[in-house]
Design a protein around this ligand. Structure first.
Ligand code: DGL
Length: 376
């Protein structure tokens, strides 16, 4: 057992799609998320530079005491995975989870024709990381396409509407021409645009997002190393007894408590339903949880569901400790403007995001030195 947070990062909001899946599958864990927005986008930059920036962010996460690192970014995975495993896993015993092999695994399982498409950043496409990861698919016919404007759109909070559709039609044309039956969203920003992407590709093309499989890897690794959190209720945090209970997190906790009390299957089902609908919730009220934990099965489940509507009304969204840790127990930081990141993160992950703090890892020194080295 280990109650330290899981460290997770991306160039910006894309990694929240992975964070969401981790919170769905592991509602008892705490996250420490860094959006490296000062250095976003990673995609068009040389891999050397991305490696330096990613390692700076991971150093900050490790210095903050995380028990695991999740590289919730394909470009950073392509650029820095080997060095990260060397530095943190071999050197310090901290496991590093990435997003490329989970997506490749899923694509291999889904494709019927072997015609697989990958859309990703230019950095990821040019790294050849997906070509290597997908090698095992029999008769593989791989079509790759860089889609840099998808990242810009997601970082601007624009994920639906005519502009996205126009860009999607342009980018996806070569994938349609190649008749792929499976399309890997090889950038963690892209699941935020899954609606328009699927609309353009059509129902018969399976979209693969690495989030769910990556979250399973997180569970697998935590369980194998005995690093799972000891208490699901810890995620509710200390602060806000009067706050409205959050959907996902509080719902999940409610169900666990109900299960603990009575072992009632209904309680667990209720928790799953509330938790599943859930990451838009999150700022948990401990009153609600304590109350539910005294109740048990069926009542626990209905209380879990009731918290959904409380969270859906947006109450309890802003509670956070002075350190920036939300009442949900999760912490979010950005290397760029924390307020701008908070607005977007709340849009994509919901009120589980509390106050956002300034990250120390601006990529500054390391990246400037690297720039100088490249020029010289
Ligand atoms: N979300 C990132 C990825 O998965 C990077 C996007 C970017 O910064 O260009 O590759």
């Amino acid at each position: 057992m280990n109650d330290a947070p899981i460290g997770i990062f991306d160039s910006g909001v894309g990694g929240l799609t992975v964070a969401r899946a981790i919170l769905d599958q592991l509602p008892g864990e705490r996250l420490l998320y860094i959006g490296d927005t000062a250095n976003s986008p990673y995609g068009p930059k040389p891999l050397e530079q991305v490696r330096s920036m990613a390692l700076n962010v991971m150093d900050e996460l490790v210095d903050s005491g995380v028990k695991m690192l999740v590289i919730a970014c394909n470009t950073a995975t392509a650029a820095a995975l080997d060095e990260a495993r060397e530095r943190y896993t071999k050197g310090m015993g901290i496991p590093v989870i990435e997003v490329i092999s989970p997506a490749a695994r899923t694509a291999a399982a889904l494709t019927r024709s072997g015609r697989v498409g990958v859309i990703a950043t230019a950095g990821t496409v040019n790294s050849g990381a997906y070509a290597r990861a997908l090698q095992g698919i029999p008769g593989l016919n791989l079509t790759q396409q860089a889609c840099p404007r998808f990242v810009q759109l997601a970082e601007a909070g624009i994920t639906t509407g005519p502009q996205v559709l126009d860009v999607a039609k342009e980018y996806l044309e070569p994938l349609q021409a190649a008749a792929v039956d499976t399309l890997v969203l090889g950038c963690t920003h892209y699941p935020l645009l899954a609606g328009p992407i699927s609309y353009v590709m059509g129902r018969n093309v399976a979209l693969v997002s690495s989030s769910e499989e990556t979250a399973k890897d997180v569970y697998r690794e935590l369980a194998a190393r005995d690093l799972l959190h000891s208490d699901t209720q810890a995620v509710v945090g200390s602060g806000d007894d009067d706050g409205a209970a959050g959907t996902g997190v509080a719902g999940g906790v409610a169900g666990s408590a109900a299960f603990g009390a009575d072992g009632a299957a209904q309680g667990v089902a209720g928790a799953a339903a509330a938790g599943g609908s859930g990451l838009a919730g999150g700022a948990g009220g401990t009153n609600a949880v304590k109350q539910v934990s005294r109740q048990g099965g069926a009542q626990g489940a209905s209380s879990g569901t009731a918290t959904s509507s409380a969270a859906a009304s947006g109450k309890g969204a802003s509670s956070a400790t002075p350190s920036g840790e939300a009442a949900s127990g999760h912490e979010f930081r950005a290397t760029g403007d924390p307020v701008a990141f908070q607005v977007l993160a709340k849009r994509f992950l919901g009120p589980v995001v509390g106050q956002v703090r300034q990250a120390h890892a601006t990529g500054g020194a390391g990246v400037k030195n690297l720039d100088r080295e490249i020029r010289e």
